[in-house]
Design a binder for this molecule. Structure first.
Ligand SMILES: *Cc1c(COP(=O)(O)O)cnc(C)c1O
Length: 420
């Protein structure tokens, strides 16, 4: 069983004020989790989490992150603009993009962001578009398969990101010649893993690479960015990542590899998205139809345009029927949205308590890569986002889209403002 961070009466009150579907975020949970992460890496004086904006690009969420001392990781022009508007600047912004358009490098440079280059050829591209900054980071792709013990976690050799090992060394030498003075290494080798060995293993690879490069070129690495990828337990039976143990594992690798090589002042950065927000946001939707054909369906007022992960990856999201937390799960349902796509299913053959029309359903762990992956297929509109604050009040932090928003790029049709 998975607990919700709101109870039924509280949620009914919220739903009376804000029509479903909506996203609800838990400020208290977000803040406590950031503090746990920072405590786990407190041994590293330069540690900073750069929250991955793409996970939950809402200014109020970013403001909470800022208050907790985090930076932001941006990957596009609008994410840079949003971060700038919230008040992030300089080295509190990491710009980790790929296939980057020139104007994005220009804005990143103007904001004084830490630029993380995705490719060797981007060195010349950056030089020509925005100039080479004094501090620069390169994304490393070691190729092949990425393993922890004997388990294959992912295949970097098949991924489009990063420099090869040779390019990385050559890249740092070239960047130094072009005037760069401080250097960082970044890599992202596994996504959504709750394996506590992920960061320590990745750190080991990056630390050894930093030492090799230092020995061969004399170029010292100032920071190592472990990027994102620490996962969350979407399924109730899954074990959560133990962030304290993870921080300790990275510390051990640091002391075994970096310190003896004379690299004892390297800052550790993370760029987590899912781990920071995933569990602290949910999608709240209402059962509006039930249908009995070859299977039992519950139609809800949210759809894949609000939360794409189940349709896109077959991702599991736990569902709680509010007020029926302790009722027996003796009904097998497909929980479906309204898109004209048969993959618009939040759950397939899920055992749940009997659902009645009007029941509120909480779709768990939607706080990261949830609302932000929303889209407008079938003319569906993106929902509101609400923040459940620490004092238990609720703040509307993004209003729901309206038809006027949907037609805004077609305003020559004269549909808005409506004539009567
Ligand atoms: C998506 C992304 C992240 C965040 O990933 P999570 O899985 O949400 O932790 C961090 N860095 C980069 C470069 C990314 O593309």
């Amino acid at each position: 069983m998975k607990n919700t961070f709101v109870h039924k009466e509280q949620l009914e009150k919220i739903a009376a004020q804000f029509p479903t579907p909506f996203y609800l975020y838990d400020e208290k949970g977000i803040r406590e989790n950031v503090r746990k992460l920072q405590k786990a890496f407190a041994w590293n004086s330069g540690f900073r989490e750069y929250f991955a904006v793409k996970a939950t690009p809402n200014p109020e969420i970013l403001r909470i992150m800022k208050e907790e001392g985090c930076g932001v990781d941006c990957s596009s022009l609008t994410e840079l603009m949003l971060s700038d508007a919230v008040g992030f600047h300089g080295h509190h912004i990491m710009f980790s993009s790929n296939e980057t358009p020139p104007e994005e490098f220009v804005l990143a440079q103007k904001l004084g962001a830490l630029i993380n280059l995705d490719d060797f050829t981007h060195i010349d591209f950056l030089k020509e578009t925005a100039g080479i900054p004094e501090t620069i980071c390169c994304r490393f792709n070691p190729g092949g398969t990425f393993q922890i013990s004997n388990a294959i976690m992912d295949t970097p050799g098949e991924s489009k990101y990063g420099f090869t090992r040779e390019q990385l060394e050559e890249g740092f030498v070239k960047l130094k010649e072009l005037g760069a003075k401080r250097f960082g290494i970044h890599a992202f080798l596994a996504s959504n893993t709750t394996d506590d060995g992920y960061y320590p293993t990745l750190a080991g690879i990056l630390f050894r690479t930093a030492v090799e490069i230092y020995r061969k070129t004399g170029i010292g690495i100032s920071f190592i960015n472990l990027s994102g990828g620490v996962g969350i337990p979407y399924r109730p039976e899954q074990k959560p990542a133990d962030i304290e143990k993870i921080g300790e594992g990275v510390r051990k690798a640091y002391e075994e590899i970096l310190v003896p090589a004379g690299l004892n002042d390297v800052a550790i950065f993370t760029e987590l998205g899912r781990f920071m927000l995933g569990p602290y946001g949910c999608l709240v939707t209402k059962a509006i139809h039930e249908k009995h054909i070859y299977k039992e369906y519950i139609g809800v007022d949210a759809c894949a345009a609000n939360l794409l992960r189940p349709a896109m990856y077959g991702a599991y999201h736990h569902i709680t029927v509010m007020g029926k937390e302790n009722a027996p799960c003796d009904h097998k349902y497909d929980i479906v949205g309204s898109l004209c796509e048969n993959n618009d299913k939040f759950a397939i053959d899920r055992m749940l308590p009997k659902i009645d029309r009007g029941d509120l359903l909480v779709i768990h762990d939607a706080g990261a890569h949830g609302h932000s992956m929303g889209y407008n297929y079938n003319g569906r509109l993106r929902s509101a986002e609400l923040l459940l604050k620490e004092d238990a009040t609720v703040q509307l932090i993004r209003r729901a889209e309206t038809p006027a928003d949907y037609f805004a790029t077609l305003d020559f049709l004269g549909l808005f403002p409506p004539k009567d």
